[in-house]
Design a protein around this ligand. Structure first.
Ligand code: SF4
Ligand code: SF4
Ligand code: SF4
Ligand code: FES
Length: 966
């Protein structure tokens, strides 16, 4: 069966015009009205006609090279290309005439004469536009023969693990080159040679893997032939059905069409109507899904008495009743508060909701937390304090209206690639860019992108920078006084104005601390506030938008910095309309959702405080319990309580706290101190190695539900294959709650969403039917909003009423460099790997990055006699690990950098338990450290290797064993 998603997607040939004016014309006798600027090709589709085409596709600007789309226009000479000719009022266009038929056939004949005729065995058979056009134009034979000069023997490039390049099939339509430039923004491809010799080439005629290519796949998708072809399609053949779903990697939340053959994924195609990505993707979402069926998947529940025992595979019934009886035993012995749960930002909203419900209703306490604790909890706190709600203010598309983009502590090219492509497109169209980052990221300088101002601050001095920017705005008369007067709280503004205007907050006063020349800070402030480095106001409204990442939140003053950003946006009137706003780039696919769903110990779903008796009464009534009004334990508090002996049991769904939380040894010791750890995951992750019950999880392909991305956009996750362990994650939580004596009776996740909507005002208008109707919804979505929810937050007024300015005093972090630890370590991500790497390490993405490396500035390297590829020991007050070095100018002297995608790297052995004052978000971005050249792994690494091997051995023993209780 070929379903509608696969075949009925219309390619209009050229992008839609955004003009509000219309023109009416006639195409093949049919009157049609289209926006001004629409191509004849696109207008023809509206009139019900498809004009043959090869070089045009509606995701790219028209190029006009193939000459297949010719039309006749009454009163005009010649045969213009319909893709490059705009529709004009009164035109009479003919798309099918004998002359056009003859011309098109001639064009096709030339193409086919230099094309292999292996259609029957070609991977694109049935999905090839060249083949389609041969049929459409009625080409029946090729007069030129195939024995003249041709490219049929050109060698294939199979270097990329996910797609091949077969130059013999290339028709030089340039779609791939344009996709790489316009859609992706990497500029990796060119057409080399001229005329007959011309061919596509990556970089300087390099193999794809050796070129600048980042394997986003946009060129593969754009290619009308099998020249660029997914290897999965070559191996498996064309898909037979598909379903719309959402990427399970980052917070961009790209929509995908999962193209399937039976229960097997053939390819993931970015969904054209997906509002977060509009048909684009990165290497992870498009290609790195093989982990879902990797041999390491654990599909049978397992239990063991101690972490030194072998695992024993058991039935679901045995595993669940064992976990439940252990939690009950622990609570009976140590008290109600001795157990807790961690929800997953990788799982669906429905699943996160159920876990927090289980903790509050079945455990009877509020000991629930989520991985946002270690990433964006300061965003929640900071934006709630200033604006009144805990989420980004804009859609991604809003950036198309931005004049000045300020990126703080974020590297979207690696961490949010599809949004980075959108950002770069806007930059190429003329937006100005300010980058606040210790490193020379891609946005500072890369193909066709150059930051107007880069503030290379010392890690840990964000608040000094934001105060200095605000100082310039307020002391140079660059504030938007009208906005402030109308929209903000006057008292808090007055206090804040006085505070930031003090000389101690000037760029000059902070120069020493931040390491950034004051003049640069002044340039940045003026540019953000007025669109010009001179600070001259033109009277035209300038849209400044701030995008920020974990380089803002993961600091001792993370919450302060978020509030500082909000202050600056309010002071310049950059909130509440298209093109402006404050936008956290959320890390995990559903970190926004897991927070929305009440995963924090002090908040019920919809960010309502647990101490609020009215909200509690609502949930008491619906859940049939009496909720505890006291906030529960945060993750770091759970660890402390475990070491004190008062916290003994943990239900951890889809999060690897051992690898992702700071100070690994402290985390491991805390887990060892507990009596029952239940881990629900798809792999035996690092945390599971300390567990007593393992409940096999299901991947995003195996369950229904929703994810919420960084735009507050709620999108469907669709089950395209049965869960490998037999149960979806939500079903497991339901069974566990029932075994604990708290009844849950859902039979489909849709019912869970109905309950969420009924109990959460900001979700009142959310349902699967509405998501199906509109593709996605953005909360707040209820009777007071559009049917699709809210695209721009705080449009008329702030959620809290008046915007509140908060004084943000810069407090140097306690994590200071010393003679013993003279360098500052900061951490981040790389494009090909994702977070703890559990998924991407089990895909060919590791070909790009198969180990975490330490980046170090040439000056620091030279002082220590370190060269690229040398093994170096990195030591902090927490611990020591060993990595290979990369000497890089991207770093500033005194600052070193690494990623944390591989457990054996132990990046978090070095990070400390220093954390944000308001939320306990760890200060990953600042660790005082020393680096020395070494010859062997650290002691921790040797211990880890031994422990890991032992745990894998205990797993292997179980896998050879028979399942108990089947
Ligand atoms: S895969 Fe992406 S980055 Fe690589 S050449 Fe194609 S479009 Fe460019
Ligand atoms: S590789 Fe494909 S998209 Fe690129 S020029 Fe050749 S046929 Fe066109
Ligand atoms: S940008 Fe993020 S959501 Fe989109 S495909 Fe890549 S990893 Fe998935
Ligand atoms: S589709 Fe118009 S010239 Fe190729």
């Amino acid at each position: 069966m070929i379903d509608h998603h696969l075949k009925l997607e219309i390619d209009y040939g050229t992008p839609a015009s955004t003009s509000t004016e219309t023109v009416t014309l006639e195409i093949d006798g049919q009157p049609v009205t289209v926006p001004k600027g629409t191509s004849l090709m696109r207008a023809a589709v509206d009139a019900g006609t498809r004009i043959p085409k090869l070089c045009a596709t509606d995701s790219l600007e028209p190029f006009g090279s193939c000459r297949l789309c010719l039309v006749e226009i009454e009163g005009r000479r010649g045969f213009p290309a319909s893709c490059t000719t705009p529709a004009e009022a009164g035109m009479k266009v003919h798309t099918q005439t004998p002359k056009l038929q003859e011309l098109r056939k001639g064009v096709m004949e030339l193409y086919i004469s230099d094309h292999p005729l292996d259609c029957l065995t070609c991977a694109a058979n049935g999905d090839c536009e060249l083949q389609d056009m041969a049929g459409v134009t009625g080409l029946r034979n090729v007069r030129y023969g195939y024995d003249g000069a041709n490219h049929l023997k050109d060698a294939k490039d199979e270097s990329n693990p996910y797609f091949t390049y077969d130059p013999s099939k290339c028709i030089v339509c340039n779609r791939c080159v344009r996709a790489c430039e316009e859609t992706q923004g990497t500029f990796a491809l060119t057409i080399s040679g001229r005329g007959f010799e011309s061919r596509v080439s990556a970089g300087q005629s390099e193999a794809f893997m050796d070129s600048e290519c980042v394997s986003c796949g946009a060129c593969v998708q754009a290619c009308p032939t099998a020249t660029l072809q997914e290897k999965s399609v070559i191996w498996l053949g064309q898909a037979e059905h598909s379903a719309i779903t959402t990427c399970a990697y980052c917070g961009v939340g790209c929509g995908f069409k999962a193209e399937m053959k039976g229960n097997e994924v053939v390819r993931m195609t970015p969904w054209k109507d997906g509002k977060a990505n509009e048909g684009h993707s990165c290497v992870k979402g498009r290609f790195a899904w093989g982990y879902a069926t990797h041999k390491d998947r654990i599909t049978k529940p397992m239990i063991r008495a101690s972490i030194d025992d072998p695992w024993q595979e058991v039935s679901w019934e045995v595993a669940i009743s064992h976990a439940a009886s252990e939690f009950k035993r622990i609570q009976a012995k140590y008290g109600r508060d001795s157990v807790g749960g961690i929800t997953s930002s990788r799982c669906t909203n429905e699943e996160a909701y159920l876990v927090q419900k289980l903790v509050r209703a079945a455990f009877g306490n509020n000991n629930v937390d989520t991985c946002a604790r270690v990433c964006h909890s300061p965003t929640g706190y900071g934006l709630s304090q200033t604006f009144g709600t805990s989420a980004g203010t804009q859609t991604f598309k809003s950036i198309e209206h931005t004049d000045v983009i300020m990126v703080i502590g974020a590297n979207p090219s690696d961490a949010h690639p599809v949004f980075a492509s959108r950002m770069k497109k806007r930059i190429r169209a003329g937006a100005k860019v300010i980058v606040v980052d210790p490193r020379q990221t891609d946005l500072v300088s890369s193909a066709h992108v150059k930051a107007d101002v880069h503030l290379p601050l010392r890690p840990g001095t964000n608040v000094a920078i934001i105060n200095a920017l605000a100082h310039v705005v307020m002391t140079e008369g660059l504030a938007d006084e009208a906005f402030i007067a109308e929209r903000c709280d006057p008292k808090s503004f007055g206090d804040w104005r006085e505070f930031v205007s003090r000389p101690e907050n000037s760029p000059e006063a902070f120069e020493l601390a931040t390491g950034v020349p004051a003049a640069l800070v002044r340039d940045a402030a003026r540019l953000y506030a007025t669109g010009s480095k001179t600070g001259t106001k033109t009277g035209r409204q300038v849209n400044g938008a701030i995008y920020y990442g974990l380089g803002v939140t993961e600091h001792a003053q993370g919450s302060t910095m978020v509030m500082g950003i909000a202050n600056l946006a309010m002071a310049t009137g950059n909130v509440g309309r298209e093109g402006v706003g404050v936008n956290p780039l959320r890390g995990q696919n559903n970190v926004q959702g897991s927070c929305d769903m009440g995963s924090f110990p002090h908040e019920l779903p919809g960010y309502r405080h647990i101490s609020d008796s009215t909200t509690r009464a609502l949930f008491d009534d619906a859940w049939g319990v009496t909720l505890n009004p006291e906030p529960g334990l945060r993750i770091p508090n759970m660890f402390e309580a475990a070491q004190d002996g008062s916290f003994k049991g943990l239900y951890c769904q889809g999060e690897d706290i051992v690898q992702s939380d700071p100070n690994t040894q402290h985390v491991a010791d805390s887990l060892r101190a507990m009596e029952c750890i239940v881990v629900q995951d798809i792999f035996l992750n690092e945390t599971a190695k300390y567990a007593h019950v393992f409940l096999p999880g299901s991947s995003f392909l195996e369950k229904d539900g929703t994810f919420t991305n960084a735009e507050r956009r709620i999108s469907r996750v669709t089950k395209v294959m049965p869960p490998l362990p037999g149960l979806g994650d939500w079903e497991v939580t339901v069974k566990l709650a029932n075994a604990l004596g708290y009844p849950m009776n859902y039979t489909h996740p849709e019912q869970i969403m109905e309950e969420i909507a009924a109990l959460t005002p900001t979700f009142r208008g959310v349902s699967y039917a509405q998501i199906e109707k509109h593709g996605s919804l953005q909360w707040p979505c209820n009777e007071n909003t559009e049917e699709t929810g809210t695209a721009i937050m705080h449009a008329q007024k702030f959620v809290r009423g008046k915007g509140r300015f908060i004084i943000t005093k810069y407090q140097p972090t306690d994590e200071k460099i010393t003679p013993r630890f003279p360098l500052i370590l900061t951490t981040g991500r790389i494009l090909s790997q994702y977070n703890v790497g559990a998924q991407t390490r089990r895909t060919p993405n590791s070909l790009w990055h198969d180990e975490d490396r330490l980046e170090i500035h040439p000056h620091d390297a030279q002082e220590r006699g370190i060269r690229t590829d040398d093994w170096v020991g990195i030591e902090s007050r927490s611990g020591e690990t060993v990595l290979r070095a990369v000497v890089s100018e991207r770093m500033q002297p005194g600052v070193i950098y690494t990623t944390f995608h591989f457990p054996e790297s132990g990046a978090n052995v070095i990070t400390t338990d220093s954390s944000d004052w308001a939320t306990n978000c760890p200060e990953y971005k600042v660790t005082a450290a020393q680096v020395t050249k070494v010859a062997q792994p650290s002691e921790w690494q040797r211990e880890y290797k031994e422990f890991n091997e032992r745990q894998l051995d205990l797993l292997a023993k179980a896998r050879g064993a028979e399942v108990v209780g089947k």
